[in-house]
Design a protein around this ligand. Structure first.
Ligand SMILES: Nc1ncnc2c1ncn2[C@@H]1O[C@H](COP(=O)(O)OP(=O)(O)OP(=O)(O)O)[C@@H](O)[C@H]1O
Ligand SMILES: [Mg+2]
Length: 405
């Protein structure tokens, strides 16, 4: 029996962008996307936002087949920082993404400029591929935005004639990294928003789906105030108790593994993970391995939760925590102890007065928050409230604090 059991692979998949064995919850979000695909004229695009590890990337991936089934083309990538270096890089990114999907679509033939071979008219086929798109783009006079608008219009003219294609989804992950750079007079994010607004006004069914950390919408609104109207925002939340249970139970069930998590185990994992998908995958993966070993040693099944949390702390949290300076850690510890999930600068200033550590001034807190946002530990919403950008960071901070004292 033990050998038989150990031949099964651990079904859990903790890791950025790793498709989970079972996507728990998220049905409403998928329906929202389906609704947006039904728009006659695209008035709303989609933002999927949420904390680190909440499941943005895997949800985006699971929207792809939904779009394809409904005859939409799907292009998109991870937005590495380099995408929005300049307007040119942004435009080329979009053209590349289109070409990857359309390069086998034949749009005509041209006469070849070949000499000889009698009257033989040589022709060659023209495809909607990268070199064609770039050549077309280069021929258009004016600004990069004019060139891109005209090229996208041309692309749709061709796709429309195929009659089988409903539209084109442009999906960009980690879109919080997109930005303008006024110091270099480069406005790639403005370009993206302006071009899509223009295209959609022309009744061309190209829709943007952006995913990213919670500051994404605020970033976009700062660049173009009309972004607020341009996007429907789906905030991904942690899974409910029921959804968490499914996320824990289904993968084992589906793998047809003889091992089963008992009710206590499910309860404990659901509780410790706080319903955050990454933590569910992480804890389940550990528990699964431990259970297998206990089983083959003929022991009773029990979860060494302390050790698992310890491992999670060093794998996931400690690297992030290391990004904060000593003084910033004091500030974050103060916040974690207050139990506040949303906070404003002045609240934290008053909180620090009369505390154990040296109090913090207003401008000091503002400065630190700014740095902590850049370090990925905090984020600021459009109402000026700050929150932890890493799920369950406050609990980790309290654990660290307890160990120090
Ligand atoms: N609905 C879900 N059900 C079960 N597991 C999930 C679900 N969503 C995400 N996961 C798992 O959680 C982990 C994190 O998912 P994902 O990488 O999509 O998060 P993310 O929000 O994109 O994170 P980041 O902000 O770091 O990019 C992965 O291991 C994934 O398999
Ligand atoms: Mg992601």
């Amino acid at each position: 029996m033990s050998n038989y059991i150990s031949t099964f692979e651990n079904p859990f998949k903790p890791g950025a962008g790793h498709t989970p064995p079972y996507l728990a919850g998220r049905n409403l979000e998928i329906q929202e996307f389906e609704k947006l695909l039904k728009q006659n004229t695209i008035l709303k695009n989609l933002i999927i936002s949420g904390l680190r590890g909440i499941g943005k990337t895997v949800l985006l991936e699971s929207l792809k087949p939904v779009a394809r089934k409904d005859n939409w083309l799907w292009a998109g990538t991870d937005c590495a920082e380099s995408v929005s270096v300049s307007e040119e890089t942004m435009a080329m990114r979009i053209l590349t993404d289109i070409a990857l999907i359309t390069s086998n679509i034949k749009i005509g033939t041209i006469a070849k400029n070949e000499i000889g071979f009698g009257d033989d008219k040589k022709t060659s086929d023209v495809y909607l591929n990268y070199s064609y798109l770039v050549a077309y783009f280069a021929e258009i006079p004016g600004f990069i935005s004019d060139k891109l608008k005209a090229t996208l219009e041309m692309v749709w003219q061709h796709l429309e004639t195929l009659q089988t294609i409903k539209g084109f989804v442009f999906a960009y992950d980690e879109a919080q990294t997109l930005s303008d750079h006024s110091e270099d007079k480069q406005y790639p994010l403005s370009l993206l928003l302006d071009v899509f607004t223009y295209i959609q006004k022309k009744n061309i069914p190209f829709i943007l789906v952006l995913t990213g950390l919670p500051m994404l919408l605020a970033n976009l609104v700062e660049t173009r105030t009309y972004s607020e109207r341009l996007f429907h925002v789906v905030m991904l939340e942690k899974l409910t108790k029921e959804e968490s249970k499914m996320a824990i139970l289904k993968p084992v069930e589906m793998s047809q593994h003889p091992l089963r998590f008992n009710e206590n185990a499910v309860e404990e994992i659901a509780q410790q993970s706080g319903g955050y998908p990454f933590f569910i995958q992480y804890i389940c993966r550990e528990v699964f391995d431990v259970f297998l070993q206990q089983l083959s040693a003929g022991q009773e099944l029990s979860i060494p939760m302390d050790a698992i949390i310890q491992k999670l702390d060093s794998d996931f949290f400690s690297g992030r925590w290391a990004k904060a300076t000593e003084r910033e850690r004091d500030l974050l510890t103060l916040i974690a102890n207050s139990g506040k999930t949303k906070f404003k600068v002045h609240e934290i200033v008053s909180l620090s007065e009369g505390g154990k550590v040296k109090s913090f001034g207003r401008s000091q807190v503002s400065q630190m928050f700014k740095r902590l946002i850049a370090a990925g530990l905090l984020y600021r919403d459009s109402n000026g409230n700050y929150s932890f950008a890493v799920p369950l960071l406050e609990k980790y901070i309290l654990r660290v604090q307890d160990k120090n004292y």
